[in-house]
Design a protein around this ligand. Structure first.
Ligand SMILES: C[S@@+](CC[C@H](N)C(=O)[O-])C[C@H]1O[C@@H](n2cnc3c(N)ncnc32)[C@H](O)[C@@H]1O
Length: 223
């Protein structure tokens, strides 16, 4: 039976040491091809101005920029340390001119309605203190015709897969954080229940053995 969810703090990832360790972990995931920018392209997120919520060190969005043309990325994170790191990494990718990083929370997006061509986020949903408020905000800032892609771990992951992912987590110092993230993650059913009460209710919750995604397309019609 799946254990009850244990929420994490609502402060995001803070602190020089933790941020540096997370950066190394995220680089490893990138180098193993496990960050998922291909999933964004497969979901039709391949043009225009995208918003990434909770970019952390920023590699997913930076890789997405590197494999698309004439695109721009706004990354919004609640952690000042992560914003600094993402800006530093954007400079290392030579992509500063195509990125803007904003310190804010996903449940209060400082953007006009119908602003972005796409919104995506990976591994951040389980940290959101107000997931339903964030879903509503994502839908508000998405242009008609825009696409959303949200991916995260699933708490009901089978034990052998948990063990496999725990082993993949490098450097080892990140492993306790992986466990707290897993314990804070949603099950597909819980996520479906959360969505029902939001403006993203028409979006599809999909799952695979390791995680879950929410994918959606905002039509020009009123929802
Ligand atoms: C586990 S990290 C994931 C980083 C990166 N997206 C990845 O895939 O490796 C979660 C990130 O979400 C940020 N975060 C947590 N709650 C947030 C919120 N309410 N609004 C914006 N960012 C948030 C954290 O500060 C952290 O940088």
């Amino acid at each position: 039976m799946t254990k009850p969810r244990v929420p994490e703090t609502d402060q995001g990832i803070q602190g020089e040491l933790l941020v540096e360790t997370y950066d190394q972990f995220s680089q490893n995931m990138r180098d193993k091809g496990l960050l998922g920018w291909n999933d964004l392209l497969a979901a039709g997120i391949d043009h225009g101005h995208a918003l990434e919520i909770g970019p952390g060190p920023g590699y997913l969005g930076l890789e997405w920029l590197a494999c698309t043309n004439h695109t721009h990325l706004t990354g919004l994170d609640i952690s000042p340390d992560m914003i600094n790191l993402a800006e530093e990494n954007a400079r290392a990718y030579n992509l500063s001119d195509r990125t803007t990083y904003v310190l804010s929370s996903g449940d209060n997006l400082p953007f006009e309605d119908d602003y972005f061509d796409a919104v995506f986020t990976n591994g951040s949903l389980h940290e959101w203190a107000k997931p339903q408020g964030t879903f509503n905000e994502i839908w508000r800032v998405l242009k008609p015709g825009g696409r959303v892609h949200i991916s995260d771990l699933r708490r009901d992951m089978a034990a052998p897969l948990r063990w496999m992912m725990w082993m993949i987590c490098q450097p080892r110092d990140i492993r306790p954080g992986f466990i707290t993230s897993l314990n804070a993650a949603y099950t597909p059913g819980e996520l479906q229940d959360l969505l029902v009460e939001t403006t993203m209710q028409a979006c599809a919750v999909k799952s695979n053995p390791f995680g879950l995604t929410i994918q959606g397309y905002k039509s020009g019609l009123a929802v």
